[in-house]
Design a protein around this ligand. Structure first.
Ligand SMILES: Nc1ncnc2c1ncn2[C@@H]1O[C@H](COP(=O)(O)OP(=O)(O)O)[C@@H](O)[C@H]1O
Ligand SMILES: [Mg+2]
Length: 371
């Protein structure tokens, strides 16, 4: 077989391949291997392992040991942690290279960057834990709601029997009210804890935003909010769970109305973002990566102290607030593999934005239980 063919196999492999000779010098490395190890310099072939791989002492040691051993380690996994860079995991196998007559002429390393695989596994474990937590919350909610219901109805019954005893009635009213509040807390807790199951379809983002806006307006009959909408016309065919995304926009718009006390200016913008930035310029040929919806209000803004805890469940600065709106929104957006964040100038308003993979995600992701 031609040498060219072996070169093609070498470069097409989905593993990094690095070979060293008996003298401990690198004889070859394929392109993927260079990328995994971050080796950009030319003239790698012929360099000593120590010089070339000084950032990876464990890999150097594995190679040096393999030259000494009769049988090299069949598998290895090393964690690479350099300052300023995220942790990476590289795994692979080592084999001796032997000539036809059995004489050894070096060592070959086949390796892969396992970081993404590890992160995927970690996410799977997290999903399992959250699903179990959701189940526990549902069980607990059931156990709390039943006795709560009993307390509420007994208090109402007592109230009827106490007619004429004003202070007794006031005390019972108090009990009924507190029971109602506890019930609400349990319901909200449940809403946050239950796993997100996505039912993705082709959805029209501007329509979802408009529907959410209408729902919020209905809750502010005397509100006066002037809304300016600007949408990228290509954003209509996103693959996502429309009902849950509408909930996200509802929660964000509802907060904006709260922040402005039902009076002020609201700007809603949607756009497509390409790897190079905004895709406002349609002459750019790059395929868009994200659909972005921005909701900007001119309300009281967010204080630096609140900023850190905004998305925590039950964090609220409003009397009677649930503190669940942003936490639920974050959960829904993240199960779409999206990002939600905000920026704010205290006293001048806030902008929340939702960034969703465009045109959508794979069915595999979509059907699993969300975080
Ligand atoms: N647009 C906004 N402007 C100012 N503060 C906001 C805005 N959106 C959210 N917040 C802050 O984040 C907190 C949490 O919001 P959320 O989770 O929706 O709960 P809730 O609305 O019940 O308080 C709010 O209490 C408020 O302090
Ligand atoms: Mg809210």
């Amino acid at each position: 077989m031609e040498l060219e063919f072996f070169k093609d196999v070498f470069e097409s492999s989905r593993c990094g391949i690095l070979t060293i000779g008996e003298d401990g010098k690198v004889s070859t490395i394929n392109q993927l291997g260079r990328e995994i190890l971050g080796l950009t310099e030319p003239g790698i072939e012929g360099a000593s392992c120590q010089d070339l791989l000084w950032r990876y002492p464990t890999i150097c040691k594995i190679l040096a040991d393999s030259l000494r051993m009769e049988t090299p380690p069949s598998r290895f996994e090393v964690e690479l942690q350099s300052s300023g860079h995220p942790k990476r995991v590289i795994g692979g196998t080592v084999s001796h290279i032997r000539k036809g007559d059995g004489r050894r002429e070096g060592v070959v390393l086949f390796f892969r960057d396992l970081t993404m695989i590890e992160q995927g596994e970690e996410q799977e474990r997290l999903k399992d834990r959250l699903a179990a937590l959701g189940q526990m919350a549902a069980g607990l909610a059931h156990e709390i709601r039943n006795p709560l219901g009993n307390i509420g109805s007994t208090a109402s019954l007592l109230k009827r029997k106490l007619s004429g005893n004003d202070s007794g009635i006031i005390a019972l009213d108090n009990i009924v009210q507190e029971v109602r509040r506890l019930n609400q807390t349990v319901t909200q807790c449940l809403e946050y804890a239950k796993p997100v199951h996505l039912r993705p379809r082709i959805v029209n983002l501007p329509v979802l935003v408009a529907e959410a806006l209408q729902e919020v307006r209905a809750k502010w009959p005397s509100g006066r909010v002037e809304v300016r909408e600007e949408h990228d016309s290509r954003i209509r065919d996103l693959y996502a769970d429309g009902i849950q995304l509408r909930q996200v926009f509802h929660n964000l718009i509802s907060n904006a109305f709260d922040a402005m006390g039902g009076r002020g200016r609201l700007e809603v913008t949607s756009l497509l973002e390409t790897p190079g930035g905004d895709a406002g310029d349609s002459s750019v040929d790059e395929a868009p990566l994200f659909a972005v919806v921005k909701i900007r209000d001119h309300g009281r803004g967010i204080s630096p102290e609140a900023r850190e805890r905004l998305f925590f469940p039950f964090f609220t600065t409003k009397p009677g607030g649930s503190g669940i709106g942003l936490a639920v929104a974050k959960k829904i957006v993240e199960s779409h593999q999206g990002i939600i964040d905000h920026e704010s100038e205290p006293g001048r308003g806030a902008t929340f934005w939702v960034k969703l993979p465009y045109p959508g995600f794979s069915q595999g992701h979509a059907e699993g239980p969300g975080p």
